[in-house]
Design a protein around this ligand. Sequence first.
Ligand code: ZN
Length: 323
Amino acid sequence: MNDPAGRAPVVRCVLGDVPADRLGMVYAHEHLVLDSPLIAAAFAHILLDDVDTAVAEVGPCAAAGVGTMVDAMPCAAGRDAVRLAAVSARTGVNVVAATGLHHVRYYGEAHWSGRLDAGELAELFSADVLGGIDAFDYTGPAVRRTPHRAGIVKVATAERPTARDRLVLEAAALAHLGTGAPVLTHCEQGRGALAQIEALTAHGVPADAILLSHVDKVVDRGYHREIADTGAYLEYDQALRTPEDTALLVGWMLADGHGDRIVLGTDGARRDLWSSLGGGPGLAWLATGFCDLLSERGVDEADLRRLLVTNPARALVLRESTR
Ligand SMILES: [Zn+2]
């Protein structure tokens, strides 16, 4: 990546930087730990608070060849770097942690995250990437940096970005420019990707450092072509819920020549998706059943490797920072 020191490109994981060509199969939008008082009270169906359970769920993924997972929970909304590091150490699967901010619904209206300016937010995000994620996850007045650094900046917007969304997009862009960490977005109901790309690129983020989550909720070939044409990555993560729709989109994008723009994940936050909690089909199904489905639809081994190995390795790499 144009590194003047000639170092190999790396992806920043919670247990240390990993060469981009050693990630193995990558799940690009996961939820392994989701634990905050607000989630416990209002979103108990996605409360994920136990390392043993996560290890039991990730184990079969590792057995299926998954080498790296991106945990998509950003600051102060249920993230826990220490528990993510424990899951990574016990499973051997690399975990990329996120900084950034989620939707206001995971914080409440009076939260500090709605009262800082873009520069102040960017400082907090950048410190997670460069110094280490706060052991208290920015939930209190004290900050204690862990050795576990964030490797991606997460943002969420409404379909049409609100004033808060615009400020957080600017902060994410500043953090990208200062750290080189790529930007992973949440597209509400899969929509709003183009507005996110427009805002982030206007603030200097290259399109190919942006990954758009949940866009396979919108089964519209033209929308996906437009996103891919910008050079950003489409992150398809609905395969555990709507496998036929996601497979159809993968087929369309491959046919349209956009096979180098797609990455896959499970967005497996719901407890009823986890085998280890008695649900199904289990996070491993993306690497097993869904890949079988894609093969049946004519996707060959080389393309599967692009979607799961080489595309995410390119998308997740730390860019040279401008700081
Ligand atoms: Zn998610």
